[in-house]
Design a protein around this ligand. Structure first.
Ligand SMILES: C[S@@+](CC[C@H](N)C(=O)[O-])C[C@H]1O[C@@H](n2cnc3c(N)ncnc32)[C@H](O)[C@@H]1O
Length: 158
């Protein structure tokens, strides 16, 4: 089953999101003096989920990051699934952050390399890589880890 089938998530994901919610403001405090800073989400999902147990709405990683859109120079979201990407675009509109955020649709192994081209190499960048098990299926084997390496090296890998 794909991650977040019917947009429902369980405790493991809720714990992960709680961690991000606490960590991101601390990161922004720590990088307060940087002129530019970026948020990069390699497996951005759909921005909003439903708690499998309670049925309540839950902010996904993209929605959490967008709360801080004004403090980032730019936010980049990569998502394989077009329908989820459309949710992300809508979320960006709701946050009035169209000038601040870009959604890339496709395999992050290829697209993270494109993201790297758009960020200043020495600017602090918060990179959230949160793959689901289908990421291997969605990537061509030649490209495995290319995106991760591009992020680590901060350069485009052809
Ligand atoms: C674990 S979920 C992301 C959850 C999201 N980070 C959150 O916390 O709200 C992983 C996402 O990666 C997407 N995905 C799977 N393979 C991918 C790939 N090769 N490149 C980009 N996105 C991929 C899936 O469609 C899914 O939405």
């Amino acid at each position: 089953m794909a991650y977040g089938e019917e947009a429902k998530i369980g405790q493991w994901s809720l714990d992960k999101l709680a961690f991000l919610e606490r960590y991101l403001p601390a990161y922004l405090r720590a990088t307060k003096s940087a002129l530019h800073k970026y948020y990069i989400d390699g497996f951005a999902g759909r921005g909003e989920w439903v708690n499998k147990r309670t049925g309540q709405k839950v902010a996904g990683s993209a929605a959490i990051a967008l709360q801080y859109a004004q403090q980032f120079t730019h936010l980049f979201f990569v998502e394989f699934d077009e329908e989820r990407a459309e949710h992300l675009r809508e979320l960006i509109r709701i946050h009035n952050a169209s000038h601040k955020a870009t959604v890339f649709v496709g395999d992050c192994n290829l697209l993270l390399s494109e993201v790297v081209k758009r960020i200043h190499p020495s600017a602090p960048s918060f990179v959230f890589l949160d793959p689901s098990s289908d990421w291997i299926v969605n990537s061509k084997s030649d490209n495995f880890f290319k995106g991760f390496l591009a992020i680590l090296n901060r350069r485009h890998i052809a």
